[in-house]
Design a protein. Structure first.
Ligand SMILES: [Zn+2]
Length: 404
């Protein structure tokens, strides 16, 4: 190397050192700008609680999945879209009982919410742009490595029309300052035969993958709802759903491509072929109670202390029993019996897992064993059936709210 080359290298190095702070700043600013939509929380639990405590209305949008045309999954004569609608209506009425919540539903018996339908028809072009630009940002961030793909549970891809509607709901929610968007669904096991039950059961709550800007607050709400539903009902036993709360990057409902600013949750309340949903004598009772558990979870998220006084935290109690029930029976009496046994700590009974003993309203081995434990506690002959003495004890404990 001669002196000239050395001098050139020296000068070049010097220029780089002088310019470094500027180059660094420019690329850093650029990165910050592009990724701000992703890495800054679009909603926080703190802000929401503050709003709630200041007596400002918390705006909630319920989205019962599918509709009469695209009914979601079907089992025998049961349509998912109808179960979703029923659950949504129950949740709507529980939430509306709290004056701090302002609740809206994306559809009801008479069809889609007029505000949203109108919004969709007026804003066709800007909705298209919204979807395109959000996708571009995400694709850019994925290729630069600033965010990464998270493999999750595989879902059916929504048909284009439905996908557009879901993105429109996200955009509409962003523009109307909705605080919580809750999508209501019932699950299905894609591998099952027509009219045959599939192998999984239980509920699951889907929440935005942690890189999304609405992820943190959504996750916190999901955990509160999980705790309440899990008190009486079983989490999904599908391996990827086992934890009860599952992060997801692909569901539009939760804000895929970071399209939703508010909290977004999608709750699968159970598998459509589970006996408690196929049995007409218990279906509506259990749907109402699951809606109630969801409502308690939302209330806990905002104000844990306010509802500590709730008595049994279930709509299935108080209940009075007037008929003898035993193995093979099903219906309201059994459903309320199982809930009482959960509260006694006997359901699932010893040596059983909650997967094996879901609350179904059907009197089988789990209930027989749990009734035996109940009888032991209250010194009643252990028959495993609810005879007059057991019924009397149940009525004494669970047929009315006492003041002491
Ligand atoms: Zn569905």
């Amino acid at each position: 190397m001669n002196i000239r080359t050395n001098r050139t290298i020296f000068l070049f190095g010097l220029i780089l050192i002088i310019l470094f702070p500027f180059i660094y700043k420019i690329s850093f600013e650029k990165l910050k700008m592009v990724s701000s939509v992703f890495f800054v929380d679009s909603t926080t639990t703190g802000e929401l609680k503050e709003k709630y405590n200041e007596d400002k209305k918390i705006k909630i949008l319920l989205v019962p999945g599918h509709d009469s045309e695209s009914g979601g999954t079907v089992f025998k004569n049961i349509k998912e879209s109808e179960l979703n609608l029923r659950l949504s209506r129950e949740l709507y009425s529980f939430l509306s009982s709290n004056p701090r919540f302002e609740v809206e539903s994306s559809r009801d018996d008479s069809g889609y919410n007029k505000n949203i339908t109108e919004y969709m028809s007026i804003n066709k072009a800007s909705i298209e742009d919204f979807i395109k630009s959000k996708k571009n940002v995400m694709q850019g961030l994925l290729s630069s490595g600033d965010i990464s793909i998270a493999e999750g549970v595989i879902h059916n891809t929504a048909p284009e029309e439905i996908a557009k509607r879901l993105y429109s709901i996200n955009k509409w929610s962003n523009e109307n300052n909705i605080d919580l968007v809750i999508h209501i669904h019932f699950n299905d096991h894609p591998g099952r035969k027509i009219n045959k039950e599939g192998k999984y059961s239980g509920f699951s709550i889907y929440t935005p993958e942690k890189q999304f800007s609405n992820a943190k607050a959504s996750r916190e709400l999901a955990d509160y709802i999980l705790k309440n539903i899990d008190h009486f009902y079983s989490k999904s036993n599908m391996p990827k759903e086992r934890l009860g709360v599952i992060e997801d990057q692909e569901l539009i409902a939760l804000g895929s491509y970071n399209t939703l600013d508010s909290i977004g949750l999608l709750i699968e309340y159970g598998y459509i072929y589970e006996p408690q949903f196929t049995e007409s004598s218990t279906r509506n009772l259990i749907i109402k109670d699951m809606a109630y558990q969801t409502y308690l979870g939302i209330t806990d998220f905002f104000d844990k202390k306010e509802y500590l006084g709730e008595y049994w935290k279930s709509t299935l109690l108080p209940h009075s029993w007037s008929d003898i029930v035993e193995s093979g029976d099903k219906g309201h009496d059994i459903l309320s019996l199982q809930v009482a046994l959960v509260l006694e700590g006997f359901y699932p009974p010893k040596k059983f897992l909650s997967d094996d003993c879901p609350v179904t309203g059907i009197y089988k081995r789990c209930t027989t064993e749990a009734v035996k434990e109940f009888q032991k506690r209250y010194k009643i002959t252990t028959t495993g059936r609810v005879g007059p003495k057991t019924m009397e004890k149940l009525n004494q404990l669970y047929s009315k709210v006492t003041s002491d």
